[in-house]
Design a binder for this molecule. Structure first.
Ligand code: BJW
Ligand code: ZN
Length: 248
């Protein structure tokens, strides 16, 4: 794919920014081989996240929910960060204030070298008790298919945020505070439909940030952005870095 040209307004805004916030979704990991939930190439179309990623689904059929997560854990463990993840890790070292807020549970930002990542929806590698919340390392389904349980008797589950559940309060506080103060807000690879996370886009806009969207497709909230860069983030973000004079 030819490298798209980046509008001067976006480069000017980033060049003069003191504070930059990046907000990422499943699309940034698509080029690492991790399927998105929705959109043209969303592989989980056979599994609707609205049906499986809920406490009700887990309580009714923990085996099926665990099957989905075991499959995804294995896939994510085999995946590697792509140039989009590495570009954002480089931005953390470049901008005086840089905040990385992700909806992703795959840990690829950390593996690309980002030091501080606000993980709004948890992390798929970790497990915890569904009842008492006690951490349970990376415990999953046993070799003979036995479902893991906590000492309290509760079922162990992936430490992610399902529909109807609240996001981690401290992470939300920190991320929301940073976004209210940012000069430039860059949304990457999200369909912008899952709340409260997508609300960050509206908050940044209301706070007067210069708004950049990176996504091959138009999204629900594209109208709130000053510049929409239509293409894969693994190509666009390194090109923005190059225009900013940052070596990879
Ligand atoms: C590329 C690309 C490339 C492709 N480069 N881009 C207000 C209004 C309406 C509803 C609600 C509301 N507030 C709350 C709700 C309910 C609900 C909700 O939002 N529902 C919507 C579906 C309508 N929200 C919740 O329930 C949340 N909790 C909550 O609100 O608590 C308060 C409360 C509690 C109790 C009662 C009442 C209120 C929790 C939401 C948790 C979401 N969890 C999941 C699963 C996480 C675990 C797991 O991974 O299994 O999080 S669902 C799933 O969606 C996952 C994602 O993080 C999230 C967002 O998806 P994302 O990242 O945007 O991915 P996609 O696939 O949608 O989009 C990919 C994009 O990439 C596409 O646009 C492509 O074009 C693009 N792309 N290739 C760049 N190469
Ligand atoms: Zn427990």
């Amino acid at each position: 794919m030819p490298v798209p040209s980046i509008p001067e307004a976006a480069i000017a805004a980033l060049s003069s920014a003191e504070a930059v916030a990046a907000f990422t979704g499943a699309g940034i990991s698509a080029e690492s081989g991790v399927p998105t939930f929705r959109g043209e190439r969303g592989l989980w179309r056979t599994y609707r996240p609205e049906e499986l990623a809920t406490p009700q689904a887990f309580e009714a059929d923990p085996r099926t929910v665990w099957e989905w997560y075991t499959f995804r854990r294995d896939l994510m463990a085999k995946s590697n960060p792509n140039p989009g993840h590495y570009a954002l890790a480089r931005w953390e070292r470049h901008f005086p204030h840089f905040s990385l807020v992700t909806q992703n549970v795959d840990g690829l930002h950390h593996r690309a070298g980002s030091q501080v990542v606000y993980e709004l929806h948890g992390n798929i590698c970790r497990s915890r008790c569904h009842w008492c919340r006690k951490p349970a390392g990376d415990l999953g389904v046993g070799p003979d298919g036995e479902l893991p349980h906590c000492a309290c008797g509760g079922p162990i589950r992936p430490d992610v945020v399902w529909f109807g559940e609240t996001l981690p309060a401290r992470t939300v506080d920190d991320a929301w505070k940073d976004v209210r103060q940012t000069d430039v807000f860059v949304s990457v690879g999200t369909s912008s439909i899952v709340y409260p996370a997508a609300g960050l886009i509206e908050i940044a806009r209301s706070a007067g940030a210069f708004m950049i969207e990176v996504n091959p497709e138009e999204t629900e909230l594209s109208g709130l952005f000053d510049v929409c860069l239509r293409g894969p983030s693994g190509i666009i973000l390194p090109e923005v870095s190059r225009r900013l004079g940052l070596a990879d």
